[in-house]
Design a protein around this ligand. Structure first.
Ligand code: IPM
Ligand code: MG
Length: 401
C-alpha cells in the first residue's frame, strides 16, 4: 500500500531543501571579491588543534610558523591565535558540528590552520552529528579544496581542485528515510558553484603555464548534476583558448592514477566533491601516504588549511599519537603561508619538506615505535629549514632522482 503520509512528508522535506538551496544560489550570485592580504594591517591565523592526533601534529606546525614568521609576529603584523574546544566531546555535548562560539571565533580570523576533527558515522559510540569539516567549509563558504600531490622522481605533479561545498556533501546530513525501507540522499550542483571551482582550476593552469585541465565526473550515469558540472567546464574553457581540456570518468581516472606510463600527463584536475575526496586519498597514497598530504580550503573571504587525513583515534588509543606524521599539517602550513603572501617562506618550507620527506629521509615516520616521532621529525625539519644552503641542497636533488 502506498504510504501517502510518508510521501507528503518527503515532499515537504524536499521543498524545504529546494528553498534553502535557491537562497544559497542567490547569495553566491552576490559574493564578494577575494581578500587582498597585502592590504591588511594584521593577519590573524587561527590555530585549531582538533581531536585525536590533531593537537599532536598541530603543535609542530605551529612551531614552524612561529619560526618562519618570527619577525611579523613580534611586530604584530601576524597573530597566531589558538582556538580551543573544537573536540568531538564538546561538539557532541551540544549536538552541533561546531559550537556556535567557536564558529564566531573562527570568523574573527583571516585564515585557519586546523588539525583533524573526528567525523562520526552511524554505529559509532558518538551521536551521528555532522562533520566539523563539512560544516566549516559550508559556513565559511570555502568552496575550493586545493590538494597538491607531487612525486618528483616519477614526474608526478598533480593539483586537484575539488569542489568543496556542494555535490553529495551539502545535504549529507539532510537525507531522508522516507519509510523504514526507503532512504534518499541528495546531490546538489549549481551553476555558480561549478563555475567558481572550474574557473579557479583554469586560472591556476594559466598562471602556472600548464597547458591542460582535466575534468573528472561520472556524467554518463549521474546525468543531471555531473552533467551540469561537465557542461560548465565546456563553457569556462572557452575563456581559456590557450589551455586544452579533457574529460574523464572517475572510475577510469582512479585506475589511470596507477598507470605509471600515463599518470604524469595529468596536471590540473577539477572534480565534484565526493570524487575529489576519494581520489585525493588515492593520490596521497601514491605520494607516500595520507600523512604526507596537505589541503587548502579556500573561499573569497576565509581560508582553512588542514591535513587531508582524519583524526586517527586508534593511534591515540594505542598510545601511538606521538608517532603521527606531522608532514601533512606542516604542508598545509606551507600552503597557508603562500596564500597570505609569504611566498618565500612557503617555498623554503616546501623545499625542507621535500628534502626531509622525499629525498634525504634521514628519519622515517612509520606511525609506530619502529619509526621516528613527530617531534624528532619536526626537529629535523627545523634544522633543515635553518640551513643557509637549503635551496642548493634542494636543487641538488632535482633531476638526480
Ligand atoms: C577530507 C575528509 C573529510 C571529507 C571528512 C573528514 C568529512 O575525508 O577532508 O577529505 O570527506 O571531506
Ligand atoms: Mg577525504
Amino acid at each position: 500500500m502506498v504510504d501517502q503520509v510518508a510521501i507528503e512528508k518527503a515532499k515537504e522535506h524536499f521543498g524545504r531543501l529546494v528553498k534553502e538551496q535557491l537562497d544559497r544560489v542567490e547569495q553566491m550570485k552576490h559574493s564578494e571579491g577575494w581578500t587582498d592580504y597585502s592590504k591588511k594591517k594584521r593577519i590573524v591565523i587561527g590555530i585549531v588543534g582538533g581531536d585525536g592526533i590533531g593537537p599532536y601534529i598541530c603543535k609542530h606546525a605551529r612551531t614552524v610558523l612561529e619560526h618562519l614568521l618570527a619577525e611579523e609576529i613580534s611586530s604584530g603584523k601576524v597573530e597566531l591565535r589558538t582556538i580551543d574546544g573544537l573536540t568531538i566531546e564538546n561538539r557532541v555535548k551540544l549536538l552541533k558540528p561546531i559550537p556556535p562560539e567557536i564558529l564566531e571565533e573562527l570568523k574573527r580570523c583571516d585564515v585557519i590552520l586546523k588539525g583533524p576533527t573526528t567525523t562520526p558515522k552511524k554505529g559509532d559510540p558518538w551521536p551521528n552529528i555532522e562533520s566539523a569539516n563539512i560544516s566549516m567549509r559550508r559556513e565559511l563558504d570555502l568552496f575550493a579544496n586545493v590538494r597538491p600531490v607531487r612525486v618528483p622522481s616519477q614526474g608526478i605533479d598533480w593539483m586537484f581542485f575539488r569542489e568543496n561545498t556542494e555535490g553529495s556533501y551539502i545535504l549529507g546530513s539532510r537525507g531522508l528515510n522516507v519509510t523504514d525501507d526507503l532512504a534518499f540522499d541528495f546531490c546538489v550542483t549549481t551553476t555558480q558553484g561549478s563555475e567558481r571551482i572550474i574557473r579557479l582550476a583554469f586560472e591556476h593552469a594559466k598562471k602556472n603555464r600548464i597547458g591542460k585541465v582535466t575534468v573528472v565526473t561520472k556524467a554518463n550515469v549521474i546525468k543531471v548534476t555531473d552533467g551540469k558540472f561537465l557542461g560548465m567546464a565546456e563553457r569556462v574553457s572557452k575563456d581559456y583558448p590557450g589551455i586544452k581540456w579533457d574529460d574523464w570518468f572517475i572510475d577510469i581516472m582512479t585506475a589511470k592514477l596507477l598507470d605509471e606510463a600515463r599518470r604524469h600527463e595529468f596536471k590540473v584536475m577539477v572534480l565534484p566533491n565526493l570524487y575529489g575526496d576519494i581520489i585525493t586519498d588515492e593520490a596521497a597514497q601514491i605520494q607516500g601516504g595520507v600523512g604526507t598530504a596537505g589541503s587548502a580550503n579556500i573561499g573569497t573571504r576565509y581560508a582553512m588549511f588542514e591535513a587531508i587525513h582524519g583524526s586517527a583515534p586508534r593511534m591515540v588509543e594505542e598510545g601511538r599519537a606521538k608517532y603521527a606524521d606531522p608532514s601533512s599539517i606542516i604542508k598545509a602550513a606551507a600552503m597557508l603561508l603562500n596564500h597570505i603572501g609569504f611566498t618565500e617562506e612557503s617555498s623554503r618550507l616546501e623545499m625542507a619538506l621535500d628534502i626531509c620527506g622525499q629525498y634525504e629521509r634521514r628519519l622515517v615516520i612509520t606511525g609506530r615505535s619502529n619509526g621516528a616521532t613527530g617531534e624528532q621529525f619536526a626537529r629535523y625539519l627545523m634544522e633543515t629549514l635553518g640551513d643557509m644552503d637549503l635551496e642548493d641542497r634542494w636543487k641538488g636533488y632535482q633531476g638526480s632522482k
